[in-house]
Design a protein around this ligand. Structure first.
Ligand SMILES: NC(=O)c1ccc[n+]([C@@H]2O[C@H](COP(=O)([O-])OP(=O)(O)OC[C@H]3O[C@@H](n4cnc5c(N)ncnc54)[C@H](OP(=O)(O)O)[C@@H]3O)[C@@H](O)[C@H]2O)c1
Length: 304
């Protein structure tokens, strides 16, 4: 199946459907999943240091031996390597794990820093550190100059953080990867990014394992009308907004299902805005008020 593309501000084409890999090693099917995904037409693979499975992904990609230039490989640096002097080594580590010479896109995973020895996803306030985002970003810009990454971007960045960053950037982020599904639509953030030449990739496009968008009555009604699945409706709705999606599955049938794009009508697309449930999976400020600004536009970001 052929997958469409989104043109990045670098001129590169990013496949609009990618394969998420968080937790995808659990079933022991990573090689089979990647081999089948590439066979079906997936070219965009979303990785991250924190997922802890990049070595397995690297081994699988080496075995599959598909032409590197036809793949679009993304990874992300974790919060414990935001100090600018740690950024080049963090990229080298990712490239070693994935057995690659370059990445198509490297993202800052979250806009806050943790101390170098803190790997956790739920840091305490004492485990945070004050590294201005622009210091990290300038180190990311230098990676483009080194040729080891083709593009750089961000993840989980709000409009207010980007508004402060953009005037100071030599290289504008190519992508902002954020949580997007019918229960977390983020219309203002998406519009701001797209108006500023920043492509949006939606993670948890199916709601992840906890948010039940595929059981939503409206999503199910649209699926029935199109004789397709709720997953295809959720993905096609994001794609219709010009947002790339990176659904994760290790199930061969679902890999194929998630590649099939449905054409939603104008009315259907606009009716999504009427969905009343609002839930998000990723919210570091839920438990730590010092991080409230990460996803809440009204809280002031201290670290630019
Ligand atoms: N930047 C960030 O901070 C961030 C945060 C979270 C995630 N991500 C990235 O985004 C990717 C996707 O997010 P996610 O994995 O949390 O959630 P997701 O892709 O929205 O949902 C994955 C879940 O849906 C199931 N699934 C997949 N296709 C399905 C289908 N057609 N029908 C029914 N169920 C289906 C999967 O199970 P099976 O595997 O059993 O099919 C899995 O339980 C991640 O893998 C990761 O690469 C990035």
């Amino acid at each position: 199946m052929t997958v469409g593309h989104i043109k990045l501000n670098t001129g590169a084409l990013m496949p609009e459907i990618g394969l998420g890999t968080w937790l995808s090693e659990r079933e022991g099917l990573l090689f089979e999943t990647l081999a089948e995904a590439i066979n079906l037409g997936y070219r965009h693979i979303d990785c991250a240091k924190i997922y802890g499975n990049q070595q397995e992904i690297g081994n699988a990609l080496a075995r599959i031996n598909f032409p590197r230039k036809e793949l679009f490989i993304v990874s992300k640096i974790w919060q414990n390597v935001h100090r600018p002097e740690l950024v080049p080594g963090a990229l080298d580590d990712i490239l070693d794990e994935l057995q690659l010479k370059y990445l198509d896109l490297l993202l800052i995973h979250f806009p806050y820093a943790q101390k170098p020895d803190v790997l956790t996803k739920d840091p305490t306030v004492d485990e945070l550190e004050n590294v201005p985002i622009m210091d990290t970003w300038r180190a990311m810009e230098a990676l483009v100059d080194s040729g080891k990454v083709r593009a750089i971007g961000v993840s989980n960045f709000t409009r207010s953080v980007l508004e402060k960053m953009i005037p100071q950037c030599r290289i504008i982020p190519a992508v902002n990867q954020v949580e997007i599904h019918p229960y977390n639509q983020s219309p203002e953030l998406v519009k701001f990014c797209q108006d500023n030449g920043i492509a949006v990739t939606g993670y948890c496009p199916l709601g992840g394992v906890k948010i039940n968008v595929m059981n939503d009555d409206f999503v199910k009604r649209v699926a029935e009308a199109h004789q397709c699945t709720p997953a295809q409706v959720a993905l096609s709705w994001a794609l219709s907004r010009g947002i790339a999606v990176i659904p994760k599955t290790t199930n061969k049938l679902r890999l194929k299902e998630n590649l099939k794009k449905i054409t939603l009508s104008y009315d259907e697309r606009h009716a999504f805005a009427q969905i009343k449930t609002h839930e998000r999976k990723v919210d570091p400020g839920r438990d730590l008020k010092e991080l409230k600004w990460v996803v809440h536009e009204d809280a002031e970001c201290p670290l630019i």
